[in-house]
Design a protein around this ligand. Structure first.
Ligand code: ATP
Length: 268
């Protein structure tokens, strides 16, 4: 059984208004348990919209998204979102942040602390357990968010440009760290990025979306052994393939906008 199935989903923001905006147009794909799917596409093509619908934070206007055969209608600890800016409570320590969701699951304090410590150990933050978020680097904050998601027993990590705000060195460390966590836990990951190299480095498959509205342009398997680096056989091939796809989309979107503006000016 697939972990996630998107079945002919479309999303119109602000329907029935003159602000109506078709963000996602008739997209279908599935993600297998333990798969690492990366989504790329031009700015504004609907990547975050798609991810937030898989999280259950928004609903499609038509079509359905299923998690293990159940239609997604609301958020669930099974699917955790991780954003570009780490979303930790600033007034709670790292361990309290990681353990926070467990109190909602009815676990006692001792068990919460124990569980949180296990996951802090896994992400290399045990020594920082009693620090506050502002005392951590950006990479450490993202690791705390990942620990919090894993601690809740999440099955699907939904990551929306999680490393975009990090410097190049930290970003690379975090990519390696994420692959270790992914390989060690067998979680399913859906990861949005603008960085082509990051997509080639991380993905089992890459879903490429068209410019607004987002449609499936291509679903490309990255059949390269791991661990990968930029010298790996096939790295340049995939990078060039993705760049070519994106370049033609960006040019098309730009030309369409110019045409629309020309048309607008003529009828004014
Ligand atoms: N909450 C919202 N209400 C109304 N429109 C929205 C909302 N969120 C996104 N949109 C619109 O949906 C379209 C897709 O936006 P989205 O943020 O999903 O794209 P994206 O591919 O993630 O962009 P980027 O790569 O720049 O982050 C855009 O036209 C955006 O203005």
């Amino acid at each position: 059984m697939s972990e996630i199935v998107c079945d002919r989903i479309s999303k119109i923001w602000n329907p029935d208004t003159n602000e109506a905006n078709l963000a996602i147009d008739d997209i279908s794909f599935s993600v297998e348990p333990g798969e690492f799917l990366v989504i790329i596409g031009p700015s504004g093509c609907g990547k975050s919209t798609l991810l937030s619908m898989i999280a259950g934070l928004d609903t499609p206007t038509s079509g359905a998204i299923r998690f293990r055969d159940d239609v997604i209608t609301e958020p669930s600890p099974h699917r955790s979102m991780i954003f570009q800016q780490a979303s930790l409570f600033p007034w709670l320590s790292v361990i309290e942040n990681v353990a926070f969701g467990l109190s909602l699951q009815g676990l006692g304090k001792r068990e919460r602390q124990q569980r949180a410590k296990e996951y802090l150990q896994q992400v290399g933050l045990l020594k920082s357990a009693n620090r506050y978020p502002h005392q951590l680097s950006g990479g450490m904050q993202q690791r705390a968010c990942i620990a919090r998601a894993l601690c809740l027993g999440t099955d699907v990590l939904l990551m929306d440009e999680p490393f975009a705000a990090l410097d190049v060195q930290t970003r690379h460390q975090m990519q390696k760290f994420l692959l270790d966590i992914w390989q060690g836990t067998g979680k399913t990951v859906i990861f949005v990025t603008h960085h082509i190299d990051e997509a080639v480095y991380l993905a089992d498959r890459v879903l490429i979306l068209t410019a607004n509205p987002g449609r499936t342009l291509a679903m490309v398997p990255v059949d390269m052994p791991r661990p990968r680096d930029m010298m790996s056989k096939g790295f340049d091939y995939h990078r060039n393939l993705f760049i070519e796809h994106l370049r033609s989309e960006v040019v098309k979107a730009f030309e369409e906008q110019e045409l629309a503006e020309m048309f607008d000016t003529r009828i004014k």
